[in-house]
Design a protein around this ligand. Structure first.
Ligand code: ZN
Length: 151
């Protein structure tokens, strides 16, 4: 079968690419809102829920350091507070972007194993980016699984 020209490809492939771009742009925009006067490490996140809506978050620090919260959890908790329950895809944008262990456990609570995780490693002043894509099921080996615990 001949390869279809770009214009004739199924919309689903194009949509996934468009969604990735939307998530990455939303995460970058959210990163600009980070409140990080102590670490000076701004992080943005964007999460696509199964409703099709995108919610964003940034890290929010506090002088009492233990009260800080990561961008990924802000985005997911915003979505949940709007009645959303399932993560279809998540993007985190920062220098050396990857979710921490606490965020990985929260992501697993709300994401199917095949939900797409996008790490957008970028530094605005250097204008370079590295995109890594993985699946939620690979985030945290031997994660606490509420369904296995009968919860
Ligand atoms: Zn985190």
């Amino acid at each position: 079968m001949a390869k279809l020209p770009a214009k004739k490809r199924p919309a689903k492939v194009e949509t996934k690419s468009v969604i990735r771009k939307k998530l990455m742009e939303a995460a970058k925009t959210a990163q600009k809102k980070a409140y990080c006067p102590y670490s000076r490490y701004p992080v943005g996140a964007a999460v696509l829920m199964d409703s099709g809506r995108i919610y964003t978050g940034c890290n929010v620090e506090n002088a009492s350091f233990g009260l800080a919260i990561c961008a990924e959890r802000v985005a997911i908790f915003k979505a949940v507070s709007h009645g959303e329950k399932r993560v279809k895809a998540l993007c985190v944008a920062a220098k050396s972007a990857k979710p921490c262990g606490a965020c990985r456990q929260v992501i697993i609570e709300f994401a199917d194993k095949d939900a797409e995780m996008i790490y957008l490693d970028w530094q605005p002043l250097e204008k370079k980016e590295k995109v890594t894509i993985t699946k939620a099921g690979k985030l945290l080996p031997h994660a606490f699984d509420p369904s296995e615990a009968g919860l």
